[in-house]
Design a protein around this ligand. Structure first.
Ligand code: XMP
Length: 328
């Protein structure tokens, strides 16, 4: 039987009981695969890698080392949350790498979206490989591959994430992929059963290049902060309005052009902040979430007063197609 094909007989994991049975099965499978070997895992804080880390850690404890790379393009509070949850609640060996300057220096002046993605992906792999070299005797690589990743790489839609990009000296690592036959909703049920916080389990999708593709054009530190701060306000207001977990993806974008405004009686020449909130089932076609006038007013008020450098708020009400979800 192909280990990368989900058997027809496999029940959909929809309840805590089914999740518990899956977890028990995987703990045995991981222990028998790894023995007394050591596993390394790149922990982004996304649902898939977090559930994978929690499972492997439960199976083999300190034989697992997670590496969390802060590329400076994460959302407000994210690196702190990953470190707190995995060191305090899961007692995982966690290596936190502050690579903010390295990423932002390499990205300075680069405005082409695909070049930005390549730089971010390339440095990420370099940083991860450097950390792997520092740790002795690692033979296994944990990965939060999920079933849609396998289906999409089979269909040639997407290169199998991570593996294609691994440096030569890491290609001999054996993969440990405990959630590779699960769909996203099942991964969330398993994550909940493992005791991960709701903020991680029900986290909205977040692109690998992070806020980097929402700081349109060449990234500057001040405009990146404007993206991060406005995103934090948007998430807070969506949570207060009861929209958290109900809207597929919502975020802010700060393009690299300015318009005039007035603040405290003085002329300003600042950036606009664009708000985008969308719903979808497959990310191929996307509809727009229509916001209440009260929520719109509050977002405009808070973002223009609390975020330095922003003097105007725009709403992107364009479906996909013709627009993509992200601006870059
Ligand atoms: P687009 O913009 O292509 O986005 O309509 C579809 C979904 O994919 C996410 N996205 C990415 N995810 N790396 C990722 O891991 C990327 O480079 C990337 N670009 C877009 C986007 O957030 C949306 O959920």
């Amino acid at each position: 039987m192909d280990p990368n094909t989900r058997p027809d007989s496999m029940a959909r994991i929809t309840t805590p009981e089914l999740a518990k049975a899956f977890i028990d099965e995987q703990l045995t499978a991981i222990r028998s695969q790894v023995g007394d070997g050591k596993v390394l895992l790149a922990l982004s804080g996304g649902v898939d890698s977090s559930v994978c880390a929690a499972l492997i850690s439960k199976a083999i404890g300190k034989q697992l080392t997670c590496v969390h790379v802060n590329h400076g393009l994460l959302r407000k509070g994210e690196p702190e949350q990953v470190c707190r949850v995995f060191t305090e609640e899961f007692d995982v060996n966690l290596v936190y790498v502050d690579a903010v300057d390295r990423f932002l220096d390499a990205l300075a002046g680069v405005s082409d979206p695909e070049t930005k993605r390549k730089i971010i992906g390339g440095i990420f792999i370099d940083v991860f490989a450097e950390e792997a070299k520092k740790l002795e005797g690692i033979r296994f690589l944990g990965q939060g591959t999920i079933y849609p990743d396998i289906l999409e790489s089979k269909d040639g839609i997407k290169a199998h994430h991570n593996v294609g990009g691994l440096p030569e000296d890491m290609k001999d690592f054996e993969l440990v992929e405990p959630v590779k036959l699960l769909y996203k909703d099942e991964v969330r049920v398993v994550g909940k059963e493992l005791g991960l916080p709701d903020a991680m389990v029900y986290r909205q999708p977040f692109p690998g290049p992070g806020l980097g593709v929402r700081c349109v054009g060449a990234i500057t530190r001040d405009r990146l902060e404007a993206v991060r701060e406005s995103d934090a306000i948007l998430r807070e207001e969506f949570a207060k309005a009861g929209l958290e977990g109900k809207v597929w993806q919502y975020f802010t974008v700060v393009p690299d052009f300015r318009s005039t405004g007035i603040k405290n009686g003085r002329r300003t020449f600042d950036w606009p902040c664009v708000i985008r909130a969308i719903n979808t089932t497959d990310v191929v076609e996307v509809t727009v979430e229509h916001l209440s006038p009260e929520l719109i007013d509050r977002l405009v008020q808070r973002i223009t007063t609390e975020v330095p450098g922003i003097n105007r708020v725009l709403f992107d009400y364009t479906p996909k197609p013709p627009a993509t979800v992200e601006w870059e």
